[in-house]
Design a protein around this ligand. Structure first.
Ligand code: ADP
Ligand code: MG
Length: 322
């Protein structure tokens, strides 16, 4: 049986990989970071709990990827560049095979983003993975939730709804072939954080959030914090490729109130449209304009012709959702 220290040494300790990201990594009481002169630190934590965020028996390599991806997504939503992260891990048992696959998936994504693992904590207990991530950005450039302005366009990156479709398939809420579920499940198990887009939107976008609990709820946070309302053209929403086979009602519901999308929803002035398309091109992520920020409070849903839609939808909440 691996000891706690063998486990950390074998699966999580590497020489510092990314020049200049950290001064001191794993092995001391604290890690040391030296933010670039004049930059602000952006800090966020996200926890994944077995049975809540992922199924027991989940593929450990994908779990390693997703644990970091959801944290990188928070940095993306702020427009911050990833620097480093810590990993607090609670494990029922120290299984080499599981740990090798988990750390492999984790480091693969970390290296894609030049993000250094600098420390953490390891304990025995129910499977629970908590990452704290550190990013940096110039002062005043963060894409804050409270920065949407009346007249802004609302934009979405990538596509929505496929992760929710995969969940519906697993739960047998819908009858659909296994190949479609598997295609959609890539979005659920291996989300791609939109880090390059977030950074490219610095100085162009006003407000941003990453869509983890469903578009309606997450856009709602921007509206509430910015003290504005919005109209959303539901027919303009970019649907995931697997969703095209579903009936309209379900397609709309999965895009508006699905969750686990990890796309960015952001607002920007109409004068920035060309700059946004250029940023999306640089980041190689498509973006779609789906609505506008308005003075009247609340969120209004319309079809492509502007006719109001009365859809009753809720976003995910850990304490009130089933
Ligand atoms: P402490 O006694 O200060 O809590 P630990 O003995 O828990 O320190 O950890 C020893 C070193 O290993 C520390 O530098 C800590 O940050 C690091 N560490 C512990 N667990 C992990 C982990 N899961 N991933 C990365 N680093 C870890
Ligand atoms: Mg410790």
């Amino acid at each position: 049986m691996l000891s706690e220290f063998d486990l950390i040494a074998r699966y999580f300790t590497r020489p510092l990989q990314h020049a200049g990201r950290a001064v001191l990594g794993i092995g001391d009481d604290c890690a040391l970071l030296a933010p670039a002169p004049g930059m602000q630190l952006a800090v966020s934590s996200d926890m994944l709990v077995e049975g809540r965020h992922f199924f027991p028996q989940a593929d450990p390599a994908k779990l390693g990827h997703k644990s970091l991806a959801v944290n990188l997504s928070d940095l993306a939503a702020m427009g911050a560049r990833p620097v480093a992260f810590t990993l607090a891990l609670s494990l029922p048992e120290a299984r080499s095979e599981w740990l090798a696959a988990f750390s492999g998936g984790l480091f693969m994504l970390a290296d894609e983003h030049g993000c250094e693992l600098i420390g953490g904590d390891t304990t025995r207990g129910p499977l629970n993975i908590c990452i704290t991530i550190f990013g940096e950005l110039p002062p005043g450039q963060a894409l804050r939730r409270d920065a949407a302005r009346i007249g802004d366009d609302i934009w979405i990156s990538g596509t929505l709804g496929d992760a929710r479709l995969a969940l519906a398939g697993y739960r047998q809420e819908i009858v659909i072939d296994t190949a479609t579920i598997e295609a959609a499940a890539v979005r659920m198990h291996e989300p791609t954080p939109r880090v390059a887009l977030g950074i490219a939107l610095q100085g162009i976008a006003h407000a941003a959030i990453d869509i983890s609990d469903g578009l309606i709820g997450d856009l709602g946070h921007i509206l509430q914090r910015s003290n504005v309302g919005a109209t959303l053209n539901v027919d303009a929403l970019p649907a995931g490729s697997a969703l095209t086979r579903l009936p309209q009602e379900m397609r709309r519901r999965f895009m508006l109130a699905g969750g686990d999308d990890y796309e960015l929803c952001f607002t920007a002035p109409a004068s920035g449209r060309e700059a946004i398309l250029a940023a999306a091109h640089t980041a190689a992520i498509p973006v779609t304009r789906v609505g506008s920020i308005e003075a009247a409070a609340g969120l209004r849903l319309t079809d492509a012709g502007g006719a109001p839609l009365d859809l009753r939808l809720n976003s995910f909440d850990h304490f009130t959702s089933p």
